[in-house]
Write a protein that binds this ligand. Structure first.
Ligand code: ADP
Ligand code: ZN
Ligand code: ZN
Length: 828
């Protein structure tokens, strides 16, 4: 019991999950006026540290005061109803245990930032706010300040009000719709309400409408409004269509005061609707699909397999129509009343698939990804919680949404590494979390891919997952033909122009002439990977990271792809002042430029991180390309998967070698996946496709298997090597990276950890310490220790606990106090 304070049995304590890397929930005391209202799963604002406030989630309510500290009071309860379900709380704990992080970190990932406020949160005016009369005088004053400053942080406001707790004031203003809270300036506001107008019911038929127009004779401007209004309604459906109203925006260019008068005189009614991000579809525009026979077979087999297995791997080649089969299955599960989640590895993919799914599921479907604004994400989160969305399409983090009744989770392109979060914690794998969650909710999981991950295929081969295969493209489409170009030979024969082989250029030219489209894959953005002085051999390096700076021609900058550091590209060598600076290597930007020079008439688009930063950029590039006016699309891995264009008959892969020879035990698997997936963009409809692969090592076995479209042969060969070295899927790998600004401190800390782990687990299970592939990032030196743990042989929980303990132990030593340990379970 805490000293000096007495608790009676009615004192209520709450454990609160906070978005900070601390192991346990913190205990706060509920003030008397809230003691009846606090609920597990509700958000609270609590003081944390000296001057901070944080939003947390109540994870437990009890009567026991904390032993080691004096419980502070909850500052504010944000919800009348919980926003986090018991299911989620369970999941947060599971993810935290498995991936060796803290449940608060998982909670933080699960809640869209629009649902959290903290001392860095900022407020701005709600541009849609009009009901000034709702406000108290002092609130009006606050709004004036916010307006003047454009935006204010919580801290600013508390300074202004000379009051430490401003949450209440802010909450009132939010409730009244006067202000918006946002976390950072990603995108401040995106409207989700639309203002609508409709005729008062008594005018909503043809004769009454005509009479109204007569009545307004002489009031030309008002008449104009009504004429336009009626003109927009189909004469035979005035009543029905009027009921849904017309967007107020249609009448923008007409007189605003006449509109006001008409509303005041109750001729027109103004109302507001909340629109989901997606347009509603008329039932008659909805598409229905008919599966082909092989597709129907596959779908039936999947259903059969689900009778026996919780997880089914669906290995269907590119263009076989996996999406159509998903639709068939989703439809079945939705009509049984359960929830469905379709996960996609990347936003680049969602554009096309989402619009296909919309045609089937309309506004039953919620879409969840990071290119959406906070507001939109909150809308989907709350929609799932309240049961408005039975079906969600989303990226990685959508698995953390408040599902309670999942029937089916589909992980499309299940092999994709972007399902694994790299930074920050939780470093979770959404596919694997999905399997765990589905297990708990008695749901099925479908893993779909043309190039399954070895992990999943191995499980299927061992009877742990069901396996369904579809080896046929939809309709008349066939897999593309391959041309492997030996660049060494080509160079010898002088058949290379600007890095392109002559035969590829000929094929490209013919393709442009035929008005067919080409996709070029180069897994490196920017213009050139480095800038080099020909006199003194200077190379532009990042001063914070051990990597060269990439030359970006468009902005004329040198950029670090690890830390984002940027400088203007020098005109003369900074060391010897020579002007003989040259850009070495090839990035997407250079390919675009070179091709434009070779084919001045061709229309070229580029899709990589640099061209897709803004919200709708993906969509714009994809639809522009799909509309067909574009000849060539150059891009990084973003273009490698999922995209579906009818008119692409030529694909080129440029730096296959870089992928194949990458120093990682998964390099061959990745290269196989990548090349197969990119190639899969060609010849998806009637037009046959060709794929050019330019390489320095045409005989590499990975290429042989790609060319023969022999996934199984490739798997059989590779899996033996994996087994020999005891790599996944035969083991689990946990990597621990040390970070410190002193190289030797980082090295020694990693060495110390490796030593104790070797003692505990045996030397063959522990690798390292070894310097990371990029040894220094943001001035921190990185060393890695890898732990390989055979499946089913070891008690994983105990091993993880031991690792965590040892890290804490090393961190208590004086010299290693400031070393950061980053643990990545199931590193990919
Ligand atoms: P995958 O995801 O397996 O690569 P998709 O699902 O993208 O393949 O299908 C490839 C193309 O074939 C798409 O344009 C799709 O609309 C079309 N398609 C597939 N199956 C059907 C079907 N049963 N009816 C009509 N079009 C189909
Ligand atoms: Zn120089
Ligand atoms: Zn850097």
């Amino acid at each position: 019991m805490q000293s000096g304070e007495l608790f009676n049995s009615e004192t209520i304590f709450t454990d609160v999950l906070l978005p900070v890397p601390i192991p346990q929930a913190f205990t706060y005391r509920a003030p008397r006026h809230l003691s009846e209202q606090v609920q597990v799963g509700s958000r609270v604002i609590v003081p944390f540290g000296k001057n901070r406030v944080l939003t947390g989630i109540i994870s437990k309510i009890h009567g026991t005061p904390p032993e080691k500290y004096k419980a502070k009071y909850i500052a504010e309860l944000m919800d009348d109803e919980p926003v986090v379900t018991p299911e989620q709380l369970w999941l947060f704990q599971w993810v935290a245990d498995y991936y060796m992080c803290h449940p608060g970190e998982v909670m933080n990932m699960a809640l869209p930032s629009g649902m959290k406020v903290n001392s860095e949160s900022r407020i701005q005016l709600n541009p849609d706010f009009e009901s000034e009369e709702l406000l108290e005088d002092f609130e009006k004053e606050i709004l004036k300040v916010v307006e003047e400053k454009e935006s204010l942080s919580y801290a600013d406001l508390s300074k202004y009000l000379e009051e430490s707790s401003v949450n209440k004031v802010i909450k009132k203003l939010i409730d009244k719709g006067a202000i918006l809270v946002y976390e950072e300036v990603k995108e401040r506001y995106s409207p989700k309400k639309v203002k609508k107008l409709r005729l008062a019911a008594k005018y909503a038929n043809q004769s009454a409408a005509l009479a109204l127009i007569d009545e307004l004779e002489g009031k030309t401007k008002q008449q104009e409004v009504i004429l336009k209004f009626i003109g927009l309604l189909p004469p035979d459906k005035i009543r029905e269509k009027n009921l849904h109203g017309l967007d107020k925006a249609f009448f923008k260019e007409l007189s605003a005061s006449s509109l006001k008068t008409l509303i005041k005189n109750e001729v027109l009614e103004e109302f507001e609707i909340t629109v989901s991000r997606f347009e509603k579809y008329d039932a008659d525009e909805m598409a229905t699909i008919t599966l082909t026979e092989p597709q129907q077979n596959a779908s039936d087999q999947i259903m059969e397999a689900f009778a026996e297995q919780q997880v089914v791997l669906f290995h269907g080649i590119t263009g076989s129509g996996k999406t159509e089969i998903y639709i068939d299955l989703i439809d079945k599960v939705l009509s049984s009343g359960s929830q469905v989640l379709l996960m996609l590895p990347e936003i680049a993919l969602t554009t096309q698939i989402v619009s296909r799914l919309q045609k089937v599921f309309g506004d039953k479907m919620g879409v969840y990804h990071s290119k959406f604004s906070d507001n939109e994400r909150v809308e989907v989160y709350m929609g799932v919680l309240k049961g408005n969305y039975q079906f969600v399409v989303g990226v990685r983090s959508s698995i953390l949404l408040p599902f309670t009744n999942l029937g089916l989770v589909i992980a499309d392109e299940e092999h994709e590494t972007s399902y694994k979060q790299f930074d920050p914690a939780p470093r979770y794998h959404a596919r694997d979390v999905a399997i765990m969650l589905a297990h708990r909710q008695h749901a099925k999981v479908l893993l779909g891919s043309a190039t399954p991950s070895f992990e999943s295929y191995w499980q299927a081969k061992n009877g742990k997952y069901g396996l369904v295969e579809l080896h046929q493209r939809f309709g008349k489409a066939t897999l593309p033909a391959f041309e492997v170009i030996d660049m060494k030979e080509e160079r010898k024969a002088e058949r290379v122009n600007k890095g392109f082989s002559q035969s590829f250029l000929e094929a490209l030219e013919a393709n442009i002439k035929r008005k067919e489209q080409t996709i070029i894959f180069q897994n490196r953005r920017g213009y050139a990977p480095y800038m080099n002085c020909e006199e003194c051999n200077w190379i532009g390096q990042c001063h914070q990271c051990a990597v060269s700076l990439t030359h970006h021609m468009y902005e004329n900058t040198l950029v670090c792809h690890y830390c984002g550091y940027k400088e203007t590209a020098p005109k003369v060598c900074p060391v010897c002042e020579s002007t003989k600076l040259k850009s070495v290597g090839v990035g997407t930007e250079k390919i675009e430029e070179d091709l434009q020079e070779l084919f001045p008439e061709a229309r070229i688009l580029r899709m990589d991180l640099d061209t897709t930063r803004s919200k709708n950029a993906y969509q714009n590039i994809i639809s522009e390309f799909a509309e067909g006016d574009v000849d060539i699309l150059v891009g990084t891995q973003m273009i490698s998967k999922g995209l579906d264009f009818d008119n692409v008959s030529l694909v080129a892969v440029f730096n296959a070698d870089k992928m194949i020879y990458f120093p990682d035990f998964r390099a061959a698997e990745r290269a196989f996946q990548m090349i197969t997936q990119v190639s899969g963009r060609a010849g998806r409809k009637e037009k046959p496709g060709t794929v050019f692969i330019q390489t320095g090592g045409p005989d590499h076995s990975v290429l042989k298997y790609v060319l023969e479209n022999d996934f199984i042969g490739f798997y059989d060969k590779e899996i033996h090597e994996r087994e020999g070295f005891n790599y996944p899927p035969f083991s689990r790998v946990i990597s621990i990276t040390t970070k410190h600004i002193m190289r030797n401190v980082s090295h020694q800390a990693a060495g110390k950890l490796a030593a104790v782990l070797k003692k505990y687990l045996g030397p063959q299970r522990v690798l390292g310490p070894e310097k990371a592939l990029v040894e220094r990032v943001r001035n921190q030196y990185l060393f890695e220790v890898w732990v390989k743990l055979e499946k089913d042989k070891l008690n994983m929980k105990a091993v993880k606990a031991y690792i965590a303990e040892q890290i804490t132990e090393i961190n208590t030593e004086k010299e290693f106090k400031s070393v950061r340990f980053v643990v990545n379970v199931d590193v990919v």
